[in-house]
Write a protein that binds this ligand. Structure first.
Ligand code: SAH
Length: 357
């Protein structure tokens, strides 16, 4: 058990079992999730309770093992930072390494976090897919990525505005831990990040979207679409075999109707693969069917399979053609590219050899 993972009402039970008053729960939740204090600094708690928590290791921590920041600051990138974190279990050989990115733009400060160490999916364009899958992250490990990045940047005045589950892994293959972390990030006694500022991105795990709807979890949903054609999408993202595109689009419609919220489609632009007129026409068709959606264009960042990244002009042309059809479409550049922190680049480049061995 890790106390970082418990909702206030669960912490109440914990303290009652220790013979402590219920109000301790609120005290500790506020201090660990809003003020980001370490347990030895929570002086409201009696020393014996603090010592008990420390001795029993009821709050453990991930370690930052690397940090890099882009040096070339420009209009799209106000100083993206990449963090590599590790958790090593003291007694077993269990170890998890994972990355998170701190993205700063003019209006936003976004924590892009991982839900898994490595990824079990096989998307052909993504560097994370080339890593071995090393397991799901626990709720506390997900939360601590955000907290450690805030603490590292604590001299900056502006607040964190957004959290996106767009780091390593497939969030819906770790549904319970991801949703619990998202709810704690959203909690009024924690960082209180609005549900409209927390985005979960999926390669198309339909069962995860179904659960969001059934459980009425109103977090933003992003889908990595990458091709509007079943067969072509299967070649890029073999998860399409398990969750067909037609079914995925059906559940997207349900999500939109249920939450009355737009879905974001991420679209990695790969010249000669998914950028033709045919693709544009089909994307327009999908957008018109769903009505309430938008597109985020991401130029290909790492070049596999002899593919190349699109030029700026090609990206802008693609965007223009969608816009001419009244489609809501954004292109925000690729912050963090020079430090391997942009979309699809999280592959533990500097620790890679150690992991493979
Ligand atoms: N598994 C989830 C969360 C990862 S989000 C998902 O697929 O949505 C990572 C985003 O980066 C996805 O939208 C993916 O399509 C995009 N991406 C992956 N490889 C990329 C690359 N080489 N260049 C640009 N974007 C890439």
């Amino acid at each position: 058990m890790n106390l970082l993972e418990l909702y206030p009402e669960e912490l109440e039970t914990f303290f009652l079992k220790l013979g402590e008053p219920k109000y301790r729960a609120g005290q500790i939740f506020l201090r660990i999730h809003k003020h980001l204090s370490s347990i030895d600094k929570i002086y409201e708690l009696p020393k014996k309770i603090r010592n008990y928590i420390i001795e029993k290791q009821l709050i453990t921590e991930i370690q930052m093992i690397q940090h890099e920041k882009v040096s070339n600051i420009n209009l799209n990138d106000f100083g993206t930072q990449k963090f590599v974190f590790e958790y090593k279990h003291e007694k077993s050989s269990l170890s998890r390494i994972f990355e998170a990115v701190w993205i700063v733009s003019e209006k936003r400060k976004t924590a892009c976090i991982s839900s898994q160490s490595g990824c079990s999916l096989n998307c052909t364009f993504c560097a994370t897919a080339k890593l071995p899958f090393m397991g799901n992250l626990a709720t506390w490990q997900i939360l601590q990525q955000v907290y450690k990045m805030i603490l590292y940047n604590k001299n900056y005045q502006e607040k964190l505005t957004n959290v996106v589950f767009m780091g390593m892994g497939e969030p819906f293959y770790n549904y319970d831990n991801v949703i619990r972390a998202a709810k704690i990030l959203n909690h009024p006694m924690g960082l209180n990040i609005g549900v409209r500022h927390i985005t979960i991105s999926t390669a198309g795990v339909i069962t995860g979207i179904q659960r969001l709807i059934q459980e009425n979890q109103p977090f933003n949903l992003a889908i990595s679409l990458n091709s509007p054609f079943e067969e072509e999408r299967t070649k890029l993202m073999d998860i399409t075999k398990k969750f067909p595109l037609t079914d995925l689009l059906k559940i997207c419609k349900e999500y939109i109707i249920h939450f009355k919220k737009k879905i974001t489609f991420e679209y990695v632009l790969i010249p000669d693969i998914n950028m033709s007129k045919r693709h544009i026409l089909e994307l327009v068709k999908i957008a018109k069917q769903l009505k309430y959606c938008k597109f985020n264009l991401i130029p290909l960042n790492t070049n596999f399979n002899n593919w190349r990244a699109p030029t700026e002009l090609e990206v802008l042309n693609f965007q223009k053609k969608l816009r001419e059809n009244d489609i809501l479409v954004f292109y925000r550049g690729s912050p963090g590219k020079t430090i391997n922190a942009a979309c699809g680049m999280l592959a533990l480049q500097k620790v890679h050899s150690n992991i493979i061995s």
